[in-house]
Design a protein around this ligand. Structure first.
Ligand code: NAI
Ligand code: MG
Length: 336
């Protein structure tokens, strides 16, 4: 039995998380779900977007499965996603994007894993107005040698452990000589320790151009926080959209699994949200727990349903009359 803190989240969160829990439970793995609240849902219920009870649960389980949280722009509230990543020191955000059989896209053979530094950079939280009139604002990017070393080591180890050929560091060291320069320097220092893994460097803007022209030249990408945020939505777009891409937030003694996408207010309450991204986040979580058979069983079922294209949400097949719940049911049925 594994204890997992379950945060269903905001917007489409509860609907897709219900399907994910249903699918994971149907795989036969024994999970004790401990429901907790964060984000807007927590604010409405407890008056705070990150209640003590939620942190107490994660303190104990060290493992969270989380739906998207709405971060309202301009309210002064900090992102709870960023807060959780920093509190539990979830320094590695791993976001794999791969073509799916049955999902038509511009390119075949896309298979990219973004390894995003998840605790520092421009999302360190050092942002403020410099003047009482609030007409000058400043954000500070923090890049440390220790923070860079651990994420770049993580990327190379990930590449080695997962039979990958290449690690590309995407950076902007030409302009940001100190922060990005330090990150690139550390990458160059670590790369020779992994002679079996090819090392490449690309300036981030050029990397975006290369990625939309020929994404097959990328394998594992390592970068600082905000570049990883942006690039992972880009890679999602290359393989069929945000409805498909999971993410793992990994620290030394805690982990949190979620989709790359947000709370999707534009489709909330319409039974339109694709549950695949959070279900695949569940698959990553099961691998993390060593439950490889259950993980493989779910993945095979999801792939079958996506490939058939019949019981999928309209983001994958505009002709489909099927919704979140029907897709979840089809995945459960495919596991039998
Ligand atoms: P979003 O990722 O929620 O949505 C972007 C587009 O993708 C929308 O058109 C949406 O309908 C579509 N989409 C997203 N997930 C989908 C799914 N499962 N199935 C089908 N279509 C899907 O990004 P947006 O609208 O910029 O942000 C909404 C809120 O989510 C904001 O408050 C933002 O801060 C928050 N957010 C939270 C994240 C998290 O909890 N990890 C990550 C990203 C955003
Ligand atoms: Mg994002």
């Amino acid at each position: 039995m594994h204890a997992v803190t379950l945060i269903k989240g905001d917007g489409i969160g509860p609907s897709i998380m219900d399907e994910a829990v249903k699918v994971i439970d149907a795989s036969g793995v024994k999970i004790q779900w401990e429901e907790a609240y964060a984000g807007l849902a927590a604010f409405e219920q407890f008056g705070t977007p990150l209640p003590d009870e939620t942190m107490a649960s994660i303190d104990k389980t060290r493992l969270a499965f989380k739906g998207p949280l709405t971060t309202v722009v301009g309210t002064g509230f900090r992102s709870i996603n960023v807060a959780l990543r920093q509190k539990y020191d979830l320094y590695a955000n791993v976001r794999p994007a791969k073509n799916w059989p049955g999902v038509q896209t511009r390119f075949d053979n896309v298979d990219i894993v973004i390894v995003r530094e998840n605790t520092e950079g421009l999302y360190a939280g050092l942002e403020h107005y410099l003047t009482p009139k609030k007409d000058i604002a400043e954000s500070l990017a923090v890049v440390t040698r220790a923070g860079s070393e651990r994420i770049i080591e993580y990327a190379f180890k990930y590449a080695r452990d997962n039979n990958r050929k290449k690690v590309t560091v995407c950076h902007k060291a030409n302009i940001l000589k100190y922060t990005q320069g330090l990150f690139l320097d550390v990458a160059r220092e670590i790369a020779p320790k992994y002679p079996d893994i090819q090392f490449d460097e690309k300036i981030i803007d050029a990397a975006c151009m290369h990625m939309v022209m020929d994404p097959t030249q990328f394998d594992v990408i390592v970068c600082t926080n905000m570049f990883g945020d942006i690039l992972s939505d880009l890679t999602a777009g290359l393989v069929g959209g945000l409805g498909l891409i999971p993410g793992a937030n990994i620290g030394t003694d805690a982990a949190l699994f979620e989709a790359v996408h947000g709370s999707a207010p534009d489709i909330t309450g319409k039974n339109l949200a694709n549950p695949t991204a959070v279900i695949m986040a569940g698959v990553m979580m099961l691998h993390h727990l060593g439950e490889h058979d259950a993980a493989d069983k779910i993945q095979t079922a999801v792939e079958k349903v996506v490939k058939e294209g019949k019981f999928v949400t309209p983001d994958l097949n505009p002709q489909s009359k099927c919704g979140t719940v029907e897709m979840g049911n089809a995945i459960v049925a495919a596991m039998k």
